[in-house]
Design a protein around this ligand. Structure first.
Ligand code: ZN
Length: 203
């Protein structure tokens, strides 16, 4: 199983980080060890002082008629060590240490069948941090839709059944701190409720 992630897929988010609107999807990976166990907690890594939340629609891949398709959708967190990412970007280096560390991804347990949505329907999602809305968006705001993302990724790497595709975050990313509560909503329904804890000692 692999976790494929898309960067800068919402115009307002690209702008808030000072990035240009991309003319093709920005692709990066996280390893399976990035996944936080179901129910959390999210544990802040010791190497960063600026872990950001990025709430995203997460699609799971399943082959139908020999073709990779998104069969289910839920939401997840792409946790990002923004201080480290800025540093790596400035040096022109890859982002992995800032994006793919252990504990850098969460995926809600409950998911919805793609077939249950009308083709043009928007999928709404939202993140609350300590009870306040931090990020809200919908699938219609994506610069590249899920079909375009899958086609683009598969020009470079095959997608297998069970692979996860994080499809980018809307505007409003920000720092999380120990003691925070992060609540994720899909179509208005609470699908995860996580606590943030300080770095484990010795890490
Ligand atoms: Zn992201």
């Amino acid at each position: 199983m692999k976790i494929v992630c898309i960067g800068r897929n919402y115009g307002e988010h690209a702008k808030e980080l000072g990035n240009a609107i991309p003319d093709e999807p920005v692709v990066f990976l996280k390893p399976p060890s990035a996944l936080v166990p179901t129910g959390g907690p999210v544990r802040l890594p010791a190497f960063s002082n600026d872990i950001h939340h990025e709430i995203e629609l997460v699609y799971s891949i399943f082959h139908k008629n020999g073709k990779a398709q998104a069969d289910k959708v839920t939401i997840g967190l792409d946790l990002t060590a923004r201080d480290l990412q800025m540093d790596l970007k400035a040096k022109g280096l890859p982002w992995e240490k800032a994006k793919a560390f252990d504990g850098s991804a969460y995926v809600a347990e409950r998911s919805l069948a793609i077939e249950s949505f009308p083709p043009t329907g928007h999928i709404d999602f939202m993140l609350k941090r300590n009870g306040k809305v931090a990020q809200a968006g919908h699938s219609g705001q994506m610069l590249f839709n899920i079909t375009a993302l899958i086609a683009h990724v598969e020009r470079y790497m095959a997608l297998d059944n069970g692979d996860l595709l994080f499809s980018g975050t809307p505007a409003g990313v920000g720092r999380i701190e120990a003691g925070d509560r992060l609540e994720g909503y899909l179509l208005g329904e609470l699908v995860f409720d996580l606590k943030v804890e300080a770095a484990a000692t010795g890490r």
